[in-house]
Design a binder for this molecule. Sequence first.
Ligand code: SIN
Length: 480
Amino acid sequence: MTTNESPLHLLNYVGGEWQGKDGDTFDIINPATSEVVGTMPLGTKEDVTAAIDAAERALGEWRELSAEERADYLEKFYDRIIERQDEIAQILTLENGKPIKEAKGEILYAASFIKWYAEEGKRVYGRTIPSKGPNQRIQVLKQPVGVVAAITPWNFPAAMITRKLAPALAAGCTFIVKPPKETPLTAVKIMECAEEAGIPRGVLNLVACKNKNFSETIHEDERVRKLTFTGSTEVGRLLMKQSAEQIKNISLELGGQAPLIVLDDADVETAVDQTIASKFRNAGQTCICANRIYVQEGIYDEYVSRLKEKVQELKVGNGLDEDVDIGPLINKDGYEKVVEHVKDAKEKGAEVVVGGEGKYDAPFYEPTLILDAKENMLCMTEETFGPVLPVQKVKSDEEAVRLANDTPFGLAAYYFTESMNRGTKIAEALDYGIIGWNHGAPSAAQAPFGGLKQSGLGREGGAEGIEPFLETKYLSIGIK
Ligand code: SIN
């Protein structure tokens, strides 16, 4: 499909039926061209309740399957996504704007969670604990939490769904997702793959609707036992308050404000390449991307001059062009935030050495390198969510770590040093859930992703990522 083809008119998926043909709809806009690329039904609270009914009906049989049987379904689901990867990647680029090479990478990343959890589901072990006396036996059982609701973001329209649904399904839960209004089409394509894989009706459901309608309905319904959310800290806080009413189990993947530290014994080439990889992925619209850079005096000039060359080489444009490195920002609001951060940095004395102008039509923004950044600038204290790299000079490891930790967020942090001693101490000192040492791309299905402090609760990915979808039950057996 190219931008010349007609828009996709996709539907909600509830209880194995495609629904919502006749009601209100909303448009999905290509951020690169402002064209309508698709429409979706605007689901109602009744639609959300119908999805909960379906997920509740499907739960009994799904949880009773063996882990091997669920794995067979997940393997088929994975195969269908792999078979359709090019088509889905193109839809992802059309609605999200990210370069097609990144969209293809995201589809593989998304599929990898399904493959990994197909296997991990087979390793949900309980425990047997020695008791105090001869007349008692103690067992610990692990069981699915039940019906799970998920609210997912637009920045990774495929991977943020599968990172939740794969462990949920592997654990024996059923699942309802509300995709974001900006990128629901990719989510529907994933549901199509699930349907083609024969995943039983009601196990997976999708309702595109207003956030409020979704969150109110799931929070009022006792049958939904868990909510898993990826998005802003502000919305996470609100959901946590709502979930308190029914003491719902909640997992939150929230905002980041990642520091990246380059120490004077770093391998400069690695540090520069990994900075670019981390910062400019998805035009900087990634919760774990480097937001602020701290560089030690001894390596500052060399690092900055090589970084400048690389930033200047990045090509901005419509993500469908194979050689584009940076697509548009998701919308005008995202663009305005970036403009505000750069303006604020300039007003407070920073020097913009690459980019920094609204040279392209909104919402495109030039990759921007800012020097002489300081602690009081917005770009050093808030998540910019755009292609802006502010660099601050530091004197010591201690100063770098102090500045890096001086934030309420704790999702990801990066640092570059060739020294085992310095590197080990810094890893231990950084208050972050994900740490990249000489590495700017830590995400992987087999590793636990998640933040400390106001960056979230719980982990997704790895052995840790299935735990949030399991309840622990203690069974005390009296014997004669
Ligand atoms: C995010 O941080 O926005 C998700 C990125 C990832 O999973 O790598």
